[in-house]
Structure formats: structure tokens, C-alpha cells
Design a binder for this molecule. Structure first.
Ligand SMILES: *Cc1c(COP(=O)(O)O)cnc(C)c1O
Length: 401
């Protein structure tokens, strides 16, 4: 996948458009599984909220992944993509008991993250084994919006409540087949992650019927130059040997599970936009593009830096630009960014546009969501059409006034 391929895709289907490189997804998948090759039973459950197009899900299934889901709709999409219920884990937070029961009846593995539902579920379905989401209170990430392990976090059951968990399990005679943690979205420091893992191992000892331990995700990938990325190989080496040691103590081989989203798809994604206007002001040069936070919200929502390249003029002289969207609100993709000289009509490419980009898109300003293309075996395949004006009105009801 190179600049020429990207340009031909925007020629064929127009802009804005999302493009995903299947080869990159598959190499990331292999990199992760190779790092843990010493573990006899490894399960990589793709966190589909990162990118949930059905063709991407089918690709994941082909690679051998399971699925991590957070809503009943994600569960149904996963089943539709051909995953068996056993390959799907449902890790909801704050959803209703009805939704949990619906997912359970579909046969997926349930991961419970509060004591109230643990007790209700255990009382009603003591024979359906469940996983428990533990909050080890370890802050793995740097950004407080995406660190979910801290003491006031809404995620998981606190490790300080283990006696209460054990009481519920004993009273209801329910079965716990897995324990899980997901500490945050960025593993910056392997030592911190391993420290959280020790807490999980300590917790695991209390449960005698475990089949798996799920270490969540948080694998960090580079977005801009100089970014730290999780050293997967080192993590694999160190966690694998610790895990095997734990299994020996535990007396049985368990499955080691992960649920990466960003790691598998972020770098595989490209978002192509066209420059509508170059506007000089007293302080800067704006490049206004045919998109906005309705299509890519991470820079505005998380302060994320996505590398931007002018693929229409890659060798051009570097100049400073503020790249902004067409939404009637401040929607700055990048300020004071050095990009090869831009002319109106040029195509800009946003990198790392695979994870949490399309899935967070909206119709704000009554704009249409873009098309998606999968680049696979040297060919571009349309995997989602761009929305049309009719889609905007699809569920609206025009009443007589
Ligand atoms: C979002 C999420 C993930 C994936 O996180 P990434 O940072 O994209 O790898 C994994 N597990 C759970 C429970 C999640 O909510």
C-alpha cells in the first residue's frame, strides 16, 4: 500500500474516505501471537469497538482472533460476521440486566463488572460460568481520560471487594471461569503492567475453576515521531514466563487472553480528505478540508496527534499549516504543522486512522459518513458505501404541522 494506491482510491471513490490495509492488520496480529508463542493456549480477542466493519471482523476471524464486545449490537455483528458464541466475550459496563441476559442466551462468554449483577446473575443462572472484571487500581496510562484502573474508575470490581465476590460465589454456587482486567488504553511501562498482572494472579488463586485469565489491552502504538510504543516482544517474553509459572502453581494450564483494539488496526488505517480552501489569516495559514470531527474526532476529543501528509505533493517544500475541518465549530485537526506545500484540491492523508476513527463518526452538521475501503492482496475493495442524503432522513418522521 503506497501513496499511488491511496490516490487511486480517492480518484475512484472520492473523498473523504477511510482505507485499511489488510496486510498491516495481519502482521500486527502475527506479531502479537509470536510474542506469546511460548504460551500453549493464547486467545487474542479483537476489541471490535475500535473498528467494526463486518469485512474487518471477517478478516480478524480468518486470522484466528476471537472478539471482545461491549454492547449487544456488537455481539450480534460478531455473530453475523461468522464468529461462534464461544469466540465472543461480552464486557459491558453500565448496561441493563436485560441486555446481559440477551447476550447470555446467545451463548457468549459474559464478563461481569459489578457486584450487584454478579449476585443477580449468579442467583438466576448459577450454571452459566462467567468471567469477573477486576479493577487492580493500577494506572497504566498517562491520560486520565483513558486510564480505567484508578480508584474512582467506573470499571471493574475493586480488588478490595474480593471477600464480597467470594461470598456471592459461595452463596449462589455460581461458577467463575475467568478473571479479567483492562487497566487503561496505554501501556507505557511494562513494569507497571506486570505489577498489575501480579495483582490479577493473586486474585486468580481464589477461584478454583478458572479456564482463562484475560489481561485486557492497552498496547500503545506510535502516532507521531518520538512516541513510545509498547515493546510487545519484551512484554511477551516476561509475561509468558510469569504466566506459565503461575499455571504450574495453580495446578492447571490456563488460557492467556488479550483484547487489543488499537494495536491491531490503528496503523492499518488511512483517512483521505481533500483540501477545499487555503486561507491566510493574520496569524496562520489554514488548510480547510472536506471533513471535520464528524469523521475523525480523536484530535479534538483526546488531543491525539495524527500524522498528516500531503500525498498530492509529497516532495513539496515544507510549510506550516493549521489543518481544520468544515464543521461550524472549532474543529482543528492540527495546528502549526509542517506539511509539504498545499494547493486547493490536494489530498491529505491522516495516518493511524484505523482505530476509534470511523466508529466514532457522526452526522453532525447533517454531514454524511464516508466510505470505507479494504486494501487486500493488492486490490482495493469497497467495504462500506458513503452515506447518501436519504440515509440522513431514514428514521426521521415528518409530522403534519
Ligand atoms: C476498548 C477496550 C479494549 C481495547 O483497548 P485498545 O486500547 O484499543 O487496545 C479492550 N478491552 C476493553 C474491555 C475495552 O473496553
Amino acid at each position: 500500500m503506497n501513496i499511488k494506491d491511496l490516490l487511486s482510491i480517492s480518484d475512484t471513490w472520492g473523498s473523504p474516505i477511510y482505507v485499511y490495509d489488510a496486510e498491516k492488520i495481519s502482521s500486527q496480529y502475527k506479531r502479537l501471537s509470536n510474542a506469546f508463542s511460548k504460551v500453549p493456549s493464547l486467545k487474542i480477542n479483537y476489541a471490535m469497538k475500535a473498528l467494526s466493519n463486518i469485512s474487518i471482523l471477517k478478516l480478524m476471524r480468518k486470522l484466528g482472533a476471537g472478539l471482545d464486545t461491549v454492547s449487544i449490537q456488537e455481539v450480534k455483528l460478531g455473530l453475523k460476521a461468522g464468529f461462534t458464541p464461544e469466540q465472543i466475550i461480552f464486557t459491558p459496563n453500565g448496561v441493563s440486566m436485560d441486555e446481559i441476559e440477551e447476550a447470555t442466551l446467545l451463548g457468549v462468554q459474559l464478563n461481569i463488572d459489578n457486584l450487584s449483577f454478579l449476585e443477580q446473575f449468579g442467583s438466576k443462572y448459577p450454571n452459566i460460568p462467567v468471567c469477573i472484571r477486576i479493577n487492580p487500581h493500577v494506572m497504566a496510562g498517562g491520560n486520565s481520560n483513558i486510564s480505567v484502573g484508578h480508584i474512582d474508575s467506573k470499571f471493574g470490581i475493586s480488588i478490595h471487594q474480593i471477600p464480597h465476590i467470594l461470598r456471592i460465589v459461595e452463596n449462589t454456587k455460581m461458577h467463575i471461569n475467568g478473571i479479567h482486567m483492562h487497566t487503561g488504553s496505554d501501556i507505557l511501562d511494562i513494569d507497571v503492567f506486570l505489577y498489575a498482572s501480579e495483582i490479577l494472579f493473586d486474585t486468580a488463586k481464589h477461584f478454583k475453576e478458572l479456564q482463562f485469565i484475560d489481561f485486557g489491552s492497552g498496547f500503545k502504538v506510535p502516532y507521531k515521531e518520538g512516541d513510545i510504543q509498547t515493546n510487545i516482544e519484551e512484554l511477551g517474553e516476561r509475561l509468558s514466563s510469569r504466566f506459565l509459572e503461575f499455571c504450574k502453581d495453580y495446578g492447571r494450564d490456563l488460557t492467556l487472553a488479550f483484547e487489543p483494539g488499537k494495536f491491531l488496526v490503528s496503523e492499518a488505517g488511512y483517512f483521505l480528505v481533500k483540501v477545499n480552501v487555503i486561507k491566510q489569516t493574520t496569524s496562520t495559514v489554514f488548510a480547510g478540508v472536506d471533513s471535520g470531527f464528524n469523521h475523525l474526532i480523536r484530535p479534538m476529543f483526546y488531543g491525539a496527534t495524527h500524522k498528516i501528509e500531503n500525498i498530492s505533493n509529497p516532495e513539496g517544500k515544507k510549510r506550516f499549516y493549521s489543518v481544520v475541518g468544515y464543521i461550524c465549530e472549532t474543529d482543528t485537526f492540527a495546528s502549526n504543522r509542517q506539511i509539504s506545500e498545499i494547493t486547493e484540491g490536494d489530498i491529505l492523508c491522516f495516518y493511524n486512522a484505523g482505530a476509534y476513527c470511523y466508529t466514532m463518526a457522526s452526522n453532525y452538521n447533517s454531514r454524511l459518513r464516508p466510505a470505507e475501503v479494504l486494501w487486500i492482496n493488492g486490490e482495493a475493495k469497497l467495504i462500506r458505501k458513503a452515506e447518501t442524503f436519504e440515509d440522513l432522513l431514514h428514521n426521521q418522521i415528518e409530522i403534519e404541522l
